[in-house]
Design a protein around this ligand. Structure first.
Ligand code: B4P
Length: 185
């Protein structure tokens, strides 16, 4: 069973949904940079105030800020972890590689969740979070294509990438991921 995992995929692919299930089932630390940033925004902290406007536009929050959040949690040396929504660009991926080297840890598997844009848009519009407005979603998809999608090659080169079809029911997607993580496929 792989215990150091990363979930990659466009907004609305279900990274958060599946990460929560898997982390609970296997007692992994679920590290969602989106959730952590939203918690900062709700708390009204200085960090949250800086992140709020950026998130409302669907842009990426600064690497420095996101890295500080991740470093703090990984330094606590959890026995297993699942990174959800981080890294989101090459600079973050390289910073993560450096941080993990420093901590003597390594990513064991990168799950790439694939889904067509039309389905992503439909799922997010249905959810209706503050940043799930159609124009903002289209911008988030563009940001994904330009800044996050290059990570696919980064992890393919390291032979860590495993794509899955993120369409179907939540249970079907969970089964596909469980099979990968347990090494059954
Ligand atoms: P995130 O919180 O990461 O959100 P997301 O990518 O939009 O959604 P996710 O893929 O997790 O989808 P979910 O499971 O919720 O990012 C939000 C913002 O935070 C970013 O735009 C950015 O500004 C900022 N941010 C976060 N990380 C950052 C970083 N590292 N650097 C800089 N900025 C960062 O699923 C979506 C919906 O689909 C849900 O309603 C769910 O119920 C539904 N769904 C899931 N699976 C389904 C299924 N199988 N069938 C039907 N519906 C399903």
């Amino acid at each position: 069973m792989k215990r150091r995992l990363l979930f990659l995929g466009p907004p609305g692919a279900g990274k958060g949904t599946q990460a929560q299930r898997l982390a609970q089932h296997h007692e992994l630390l679920h590290l969602s940079t989106g959730d952590l940033l939203r918690a900062e925004v709700s708390s009204g902290s200085e960090l949250g105030r800086r992140a709020e406007a950026v998130m409302a536009r669907g842009e990426l929050v600064s690497d420095e800020l996101v890295l500080a959040i991740v470093r703090q949690r990984l330094e606590a040396q959890p026995s297993g972890w699942l990174l959800d929504g981080f890294p989101r660009n090459l600079a973050q991926a390289e910073a993560l590689d450096g941080l993990l080297r420093e901590l003597g840890q390594a990513i064991e598997l990168v799950v790439l969740m694939e889904l067509p844009d039309a389905v992503l848009l439909q799922r997010l519009l249905q959810r209706g979070r503050d940043d799930d407005d159609e124009l903002v979603i289209r911008n988030r998809l563009e940001v994904y294509r330009q800044q996050t999608a290059p990570l696919i090659q980064h992890y393919r080169d390291r032979d860590l990438l495993r794509p899955i079809d993120a369409a179907g029911s939540m249970d079907e997607v969970t089964q596909r991921i469980e099979a990968l993580v347990s090494g059954a496929v």
